[in-house]
Design a protein around this ligand. Structure first.
Ligand code: PGA
Length: 260
């Protein structure tokens, strides 16, 4: 398929990355309450929650007929084999998972993940018809030395350059400046917009204008109930990847409501 044939389909998405928070019962209970809220409020944005691996199967069952997608926080860069503690794309797909985060800065920094590993993960997700949520973002020292655009460009291209372009129509990228994650220091709407527009331009130049125009680019990094609406006013900000504030139902639903 020619990449010029893609339909323009930027999606409004609010994703909640719970990281290593919430027990199994707490996660299920949150899912039930969020579903009740979704039925009553019918938000415009698509909602994705990422609980711990142990919760995925039951939450997918519980929320099967809901508007909430349940996704993984990570996936192995290997297809299968002797990789203790890893969970493969094929295994995730076998319980009905359709999305996984890849390249989260906490994986890059605490687990030494490189763009090469991240590109392997992206390829495996595509092989099993799943959609990666590719996280990119610069550290504070990259920004203070003026290298932030180059760093983010390299992360985007490093993860995607070997993929089949026809797969990239489902692309979801999360711009998460490392200095904003879990710090309470959100990027200003203008700063985030500048990088989102740049990411869209890079995608268009590298993979075709249709890929750039149809990508959903989420902002992540200390998004909360108070700052979400201003971020969503920006033309290239399609939604958010929310960490801390996704753990609280009232905060998370306020953010979902802000994306309309
Ligand atoms: P935060 O995390 O919202 O707590 O800053 C965002 C993320 O790591 O995805």
């Amino acid at each position: 398929m020619s990449n010029e044939n893609f339909e323009f389909m930027r999606r409004k998405i609010i994703a909640g990355n719970w990281k290593m928070h919430k027990t199994f019962p707490e996660s299920l209970e949150f899912g039930r309450h969020l579903n009740t809220w979704m039925i009553a409020n019918k938000p415009q944005a698509e909602v994705i929650i990422m609980p711990a691996f142990i919760c995925l199967e039951q939450m997918i069952k519980d929320l099967r007929n809901s508007k909430i997608s349940v996704a993984a926080q990570d996936v192995s860069s290997e297809a299968r084999g002797a990789f203790t503690g890893e969970v493969s794309a094929e295994q995730l797909k076998s319980i009905g998972v359709n999305y996984s985060i890849v390249g989260h800065s906490e994986r890059r920094h605490y687990h030494g993940e490189t763009d090469y590993y991240i590109s392997q993960k992206v390829a495996l997700l595509y092989e099993y018809d799943m959609t990666p949520i590719l996280c990119v973002g610069e550290k504070i020292e990259d920004r203070s030395t003026g290298r932030h655009f180059d760093i983010v460009r390299n992360q985007v291209i490093g993860a995607l350059h070997e993929q089949n372009i026809s797969k990239l129509k489902n692309l979801i990228v999360a711009y998460e400046p490392v200095w904003a994650i879990g710090t309470g220091k959100t990027a200003s709407p203008d700063t985030a917009q500048e990088m989102h527009a740049y990411i869209r331009k890079v995608l268009g130049e590298e993979f075709g204008i249709a890929v750039g125009n149809s990508a959903s680019i989420l902002y992540g990094g200390s998004v909360n109930a108070g700052n979400a609406r201003d971020l969503f006013q920006q033309y290239d900000i399609d939604g958010a990847l929310v960490g801390g504030a996704s753990l609280d139902l009232e905060d998370f639903t306020t953010i979902i409501n802000a994306r309309n």
